[in-house]
Design a protein around this ligand. Sequence first.
Ligand code: ATP
Length: 280
Amino acid sequence: RRPPRSTPKPSSAASDVYKRQVLVSKLALKVQNLVKNYGGLQAVRGISFEVPEGEIFGLIGPNGAGKTTTFNMIAGSENPTSGKITLYDSDITGFSTHKLYELGLIRTFQLSHEYKKMTVLENLMVAGSNQLGENIFNALFSGKKVQKREREVVEKALESLDFLGLTALKSELAGNLSGGQKKLLELGRTMMTNATLVLLDEPGAGVNPTLMLKIIEMIRRLNQERGYTFCIIEHDMDLVADLCQKIVVLSEGQVLTEGTMSEVRDDERVIQAYFGAGVD
Ligand code: ATP
C-alpha cells in the first residue's frame, strides 16, 4: 500500500492567496430583508445583500430607488421598520451613529463636514482627537500623557496627508479647498478613526475629472493597502465600474439584480429601470 501523501506545504504565494480567500469569505456587512416605511410610502421593500470583508461594493439605482434610505439605516441615522443588519457577527440593527463609529462603521461624503475655518491638518487632528475621546483644546492645559497622544495624532495626520498627496495643503483653510480636495480630506478624516467599514455617499459628486481619478486611486489604495472595506452609493457609472467588484442594483425599494458591472450594465431590467426614471 502506498503511504498517504503528506499535504504539500503551500508556497508563500499560494498561502497568500489562501489567506486572501479566508479574508474575503468573512462578511463585513449583512443586510437582511430591510424595510422602511414612511407613513403609507414603502421606501425600502425587503432589501438583502452581503458585503464580504475587503471588498469595494457598489449600490446603484435610479433616483428614488431607496439607496440613501438603505444607507441611512445601515449608518444608524434612521431606524428600519423591519429587517436585520449585521456587522461581522454582531446584530447592529437600530444602533446609533455614535455606537457604530465605535464599532468601526462610518459614513462619509453625505455633506461636507469639514471645519471651514480650520486648516487641513487641524481638521484631521480633530477627527483623530475625537477618536481618542478628547477635546483637542484640553491638550493645551494637560500633562505630558495627553501631549504625547496629541503628538501621535499629529504624526498620524501628517502620515495620512502624505498618503493622500495633500501635504502641500496642510496649512490651507479647509473652506478654501475645491470639491474634490474636500472629498480627499474626508478620506483623510476617515483614516484618523478606527473605521474598517466605510460607507461612501457619492464620492464622485461635484468632483472635476482629474481629481476624480485621484479619488478613485485613493479609494482603491485604501482598500488594497490599508484593508478598508467600502460600500459606495454613486451615480457616476465609470467610478463604479472602475472600483466595485460587486454591484447591487436597486429599483423601487427592491433589489433588481446584482453582479459585476458588465453583468448588470447589459441587464434589460436595469436599462428599463434607468430609462423609466430618467438616467442621470
Ligand atoms: P437619489 O438617487 O435620488 O438620492 P435614492 O435611491 O437615494 O434616490 P431615497 O432617497 O432612498 O432614494 O428615496 C426612496 C423613496 O423614499 C423616494 O420615493 C423618496 O421620496 C422617499 N423618501 C425618502 N426619505 C423620505 C422621508 N424622510 N419621508 C418620506 N419619504 C421619503
